[in-house]
Design a binder for this molecule. Structure first.
Ligand SMILES: Cc1cc2nc3c(=O)[nH]c(=O)nc-3n(C[C@H](O)[C@H](O)[C@H](O)COP(=O)(O)OP(=O)(O)OC[C@H]3O[C@@H](n4cnc5c(N)ncnc54)[C@H](O)[C@@H]3O)c2cc1C
Length: 353
């Protein structure tokens, strides 16, 4: 059988891309190794329109966010389970000059439309320091693992999912056909997350991966949080008295494994924000597929026009992936190149930009 398309990697990128392509291409096969602890397994799933540290808009957010959020809302109805959890963020201030700066940003810049309120005091009694904060909306989190699970089951039902490590040396490609072991296809799209570094067909130097760790805590007494709190780390309410604390950003890592150092860092930052009794009930780590200019990498291979990459969603896959899956799936179906900003060959020879 000749497949229309092979997708390699079923993290959130490969999954949402599959959802956008499944009606455009009849025969798709997905190859992914479910044993890897990928970034999707570890991500908190938060979406947020603003870079909270610098109080600036995220890249193209006015265009991207409405399309991505409406995708999740539509999918939520289809899946018939909650996958999107709108939850405003409170960015906690460090000092009075923080408060003044955010007020100016709210009134005088484009960021202002996402800053719904500035508080002099926050209404949570467990805060160690109450120096006010900014209310950000729309924001919240998406259960990306539920989305992945939903589509994985569909793929298994259709018998189009191969759970194995993709072996690049078994790929034979010419301008009209791709052969991978016993599979023949017209096109192939790589969505391997940070393991895209190992893909010999695309330049590994585009990637600047970033390790991240998160912990989950359970409080010993009832503590109700109706927002995501953010101050160096975020505190994300997940279930009754259960919160996720994240994340670390480490570009200098030696292994993918979780570390006591990162756990201690998160605990220290959490204790600085809130006065709570809790125990840590889980601790996870993985690697974000970050790119040197912090933009995704989407498009075809220079020589092999039937080979594509859909990767580089860094720390913002929840917001970026549905928007770019929509754009890329359309372009792929009519053989149109992607916008230059995400083109895999946008970097110069020295791989700067
Ligand atoms: C601690 C942490 C917190 C995060 N929090 C957020 C957040 O709040 N919001 C947000 O938007 N993003 C967050 N992220 C980032 C987010 O996790 C990533 O952007 C996203 O998961 C990337 O998805 P992906 O599908 O591109 O890659 P991955 O999730 O890595 O998936 C790639 C898939 O490809 C498969 N694969 C790779 N190579 C092969 C091969 N050779 N053979 C077979 N299969 C292969 C892997 O098994 C994997 O399933 C966080 C990341 C971390 C680490």
């Amino acid at each position: 059988m000749l497949y229309d398309l092979i997708i390699v990697g079923q993290g959130i990128a490969g999954t949402v891309l599959y959802d956008h392509l499944k009606d455009k291409f009849k025969n798709i096969v997905i190859i992914s190794n479910t044993n890897f602890v990928d970034s999707t397994k570890v991500a908190s799933g938060v979406y947020n329109p603003i870079s909270l540290r610098r109080c600036v808009l995220s890249w193209k957010i006015n265009q991207i966010m409405p399309i991505s959020l409406s995708y999740y809302q539509k999918l939520q109805k289809e899946i018939n389970q909650n996958i999107i959890f709108p939850l405003n963020i409170i960015k906690l201030f460090f000092n009075k000059s923080d408060l003044d700066m955010w007020k100016v940003k709210q009134n005088n810049t484009e960021v202002g439309k996402y800053i719904k309120e500035i508080y002099n005091k926050i209404d949570y009694k467990n805060l160690n320091k109450n120096l006010g904060g900014a209310l950000i909306s729309p924001s919240g989190y998406v259960d990306i693992n539920l989305i992945r699970e939903f589509f994985l089951n569909k793929m298994k039902e259709k018998n189009i999912f191969l759970n194995e490590k993709f072996d690049y040396s078994s790929l034979k490609i010419n301008s009209s056909i791709i052969k991978y072991k016993h599979i023949q296809a017209k096109k192939i799209v790589f969505c391997e997350g940070d393991r895209g570094l190992l893909n010999p067909f695309f330049n590994e130097k585009m990637f600047n991966p970033c390790k991240g760790e998160v912990i989950t805590i359970k409080t010993s007494k009832d503590f109700s949080l109706k927002h995501i709190l953010s101050k160096e780390v975020f505190i994300l309410p997940k279930k009754t008295n259960v919160f996720q604390i994240g994340s670390t950003y480490d570009r200098d890592y030696n292994s993918r494994n979780k570390t006591d150092q990162a756990k201690d860092f998160l605990i220290k930052k959490l204790d600085k924000i809130l006065n709570l009794d809790y125990k840590v009930i889980s601790h996870k780590s993985s690697i974000r597929p970050t790119v040197i200019d912090r933009r995704p990498i989407i498009g075809s291979h220079k020589k092999h026009q039937n080979m594509y990459i859909f990767n580089g969603f860094g720390s913002k896959s929840v917001t970026l992936v549905p928007y770019f899956a929509k754009l890329f799936s359309y372009n792929l179906s009519i053989n149109k190149p992607m916008i230059t900003e995400v083109n895999p060959y946008r970097f110069n020879e020295k791989l700067t930009f």
